[in-house]
Design a protein around this ligand. Sequence first.
Ligand code: ADP
Ligand code: MG
Length: 626
Amino acid sequence: MTFLKLLIRNRLAAAGAVVMALVLLLALITPILPLPDPDVTNTSNRFVKPFSEGHLLGTDHLGRDLLARLMYGTRLSLAVGIAAAIFAAIFGAAIGIIAGYFGGKTDNIIMRGVDMLMAFPYILLALAIVAALGPGLTNALIAVAAVNIPFFARNIRGVTVGIAHKEFVDAAKLAGEGHLRIILTEILPNVIPVIVIAMSTTIGWMILETAGLSFLGLGSQPPQADLGSMLGEARSALITNPHTSIVPGVMILIIVMAINLLGDGVRDALDPRLRSGALTRPRPSTAVARTSEIPKPRETGTMVLTDLETQFHVGQRVYKAVSKVSLHVEPGECLGVIGESGSGKSVTALSIMGLVASPPGVITGGSARYDETELIGAPYEKLRRYRGDKVAYIFQDPLATLHPLYTVGDQLCEAIRVHHKVSKKEAWQRAVALLKQVRIPNAEGRAKVYPHEMSGGMRQRVGIAMALANDPDVIIADEPTTALDVTVQAQILALLNDLRKERGLSIIFITHDFGVVAQLCDRVAVMYAGRIVETGPTQAVLDDAAHPYTRRLIACVPELGEGRRELHAIPGLPPAVDKLPAGCAFAPRCDKADALCQVGTIELEGNGTRAVRCIFPETKLSEDVA
Ligand code: ADP
Ligand code: MG
């Protein structure tokens, strides 16, 4: 089980678990141990020092055996603390879930009540409760549980509010499920980890609080021993016979330390966000762990990738998202990168500027050169200077890339001022000019609106304007039109086309749509399972694709005015990149494949302008004419 593994990997938590297990075991077997009766007094034998015969830890002011009292006291303190924690968790969670789930007035009334309880110092409140109920261990337990209920209620309500409006809860309501059922089957499973975490971090606290009440004489009553009352009774002999205080004191220290260490470990191991590594701060640039020399570039251009390899290392698994990808773009050229979803297009694009999140991403080899400068493994400062200034990105979802609380003008200004020392006013003028350049009507006015006030097409134009803000030489566009409708898509493509002609921009255009490639790109590279399977000039590839996969991708695009034609979906799914088969990754879905296709490595072979990774290409590439 991963939970236990994670817990044991955390050394402090493991130590806490071992100590706690020992203490619990001792507490459980106390009645069968050969201990003297803890409550029998023997005044002639008062204050015997520890390590004397018959009394390993000595005796107290009434001559009772301290070891026996310690064992029975620990047993009692643990039982009361744990019981209080369970009560507080159950009642607190119930209150929190009801308040968070029903919201509105119910929430208001319940939470104001909880706030009132929280306004009292907790120990004062506990004292008041015990005073009202009368001293005794059961009442101390009730008091400690009661003062901790608000803590649980607040915590759980917060989590519940976040869940109660999620789509799956709405779906359950629409399906006609009752409130109780929704709470039990939809909400509760989501908050249980939080309850367990809150419990594991508060049990120690509750044991201390119970001990505190007993210390004041309000908890366990003589002659019954618990850790708190032992401390209380030893108080008068603190100076003359310190061992009577030290014995229970050390035990409390050990228990609370062990529980807290264990609790922290449980929290870290249970929290799904911590577990997936999402809360580990990603490094500012992708980790680079080369397994081979930096390869010499074989092509020229503004951006040249050679044998780029990017992997994700998750636990023992290695996902080979990008395997030996080589690409290049010349100034003013547009290169299309095409492939099904999951073929490694985005990871290739993000690797160039070190934008793949690490962990888990690792670049394990290859080179990416911008204008003779190696980017893979370049120092972070250098990458930072190039990002957005020389090489800019346009992402698929502009709503996710724009900040919701700033106007688009401000965000454009920020992009400019990161790389250029210009005044706010100059930056603003430039921002407006950029918006005009991407054909946003009434640019002065639109610069002052927030992202949510714009349409999807407008927002994507803002994304393009931002990419253009610092006059980059290379733009990497990762499916910039996938979320848009076709008319807006056509406008955006025309815009990018004009820009590259005007400015001599190199564009790497990622898409899964051959129609888009045909409109915009000079050359195209087809990716499958992290590898390039075919490259060549767009027209040549479209007219006469060599790789069976490319053929099938092209066959998926409907053609207007060509009469009725059956569209051929590609059967099956791309392989998982952590278990890539030998040979051609497309073989299982290819009707031309035979046994030869499933062994060894199949190389990308070509004639200088075109290349294909296939032993049985659909068309023979002509000998190099150049
Ligand atoms: P696309 O071609 O659709 O842009 P991506 O480049 O996003 O595909 O993804 C390529 C592969 O990398 C996919 O198979 C995906 O499963 C894998 N991948 C992406 N991110 C992670 C991650 N954080 N952990 C493990 N695998 C990942
Ligand atoms: Mg993608």
